[in-house]
Design a protein around this ligand. Sequence first.
Ligand SMILES: Cc1cc2nc3c(=O)[nH]c(=O)nc-3n(C[C@H](O)[C@H](O)[C@H](O)COP(=O)(O)O)c2cc1C
Length: 348
Amino acid sequence: MDKENEYKIRAARKDEHIKLFMKSRTPKENGFHDIVLQNNAVPEIDFNSINTDCVFLDKVIDMPIMINATTGGTEYTYDINRQLAMLAKACNIPMAVGSQTIAIQDKSTQESFKIVREINQSGIIIANVSANSSLENVCEAVDMIAADAIQLHLNAAQEICMREGDRNFKKLLNNIKNIVHEVKLPVIVKEVGCGISYETARKLHNVGIKYIDTGGKGGTNFIDIENSRNQESDYSFLKHWGIPTALSLLECKQVSRDLHVICSGGITKAEEIVKAITMGAALTGISGIILRELLEQGYDAAKASMEKQKYQMKVFMFLLGAENIEKLSKTNYLIKGELLQLYKQKFL
Ligand SMILES: Cc1cc2nc3c(=O)[nH]c(=O)nc-3n(C[C@H](O)[C@H](O)[C@H](O)COP(=O)(O)O)c2cc1C
């Protein structure tokens, strides 16, 4: 395929992803319903002193949430990135841009990514490319937005459902190893909705990865999205494929104390954010929910929704007796049901 055609397909795909995502409705399969938090009837804290600040990538942020990778690369997505960057800045939380490969291939689309750094000059901005990318492309993505870190996405299930998708990941781990070695910024490896197992996380940690984003099952479903783009083949048999987010988090946390786990995949509620932090997540990532709110209800409503999440987090922290994120991360939790069964089979 020539370069021009490849760019056109990629650009059409970006806009289609948003449109198909907006039509999609996925069942809550993220596993957090099997995590139980217990009321602390003697909290011994003052609600007004509860603080959701935490440190990520050496910067203080206002709450343990990041706006995860979604988009960029077209006129339509320029404005989405602009508004997401405003939101990240107003809430003082990190933001990752969508895959920048399109802007590496066609420089005229770079503005749709650069706008994020223009709007939010001192916040945490994270670059994003496929884990199969060359070192040169990784560096270009980082430089394009003066990124604080780079996300390398893993999306084998998504690619297999795409007519034009990658089929060869033979040298993937070695490529990641080389990138971690050469790039002087934190490298985050993330899934996009099918989750990361203990075995995968261990392999990644062994090649030097210190940040993993679970990107678990239970939220945005790229198998469904790609399947509706694919007129030739039907991949609906993969609809329920993937590791639920809560299980993926439990698994990644078994690997090493120095592995920072970002928990994402179907996180939509303050209760899930609080649960993820008690389970050891360094941060949570949201994509679908914030994109939907922004596009359906506008910027002010999306901002109000982030403020509501923060207030509700504080309410849960109050009822757990945790006045800050560090104390929250040391709060006990219980596991029940199917999640416990699955977890037990591997670790107990
Ligand atoms: C419209 C859309 C586009 C996305 N594009 C990317 C992308 O370019 N790169 C990436 O790593 N993840 C991408 N994602 C995946 C998200 O970063 C995230 O891993 C996934 O949606 C699960 O989180 P959620 O359930 O909160 O949406 C995209 C998600 C959406 C909704």
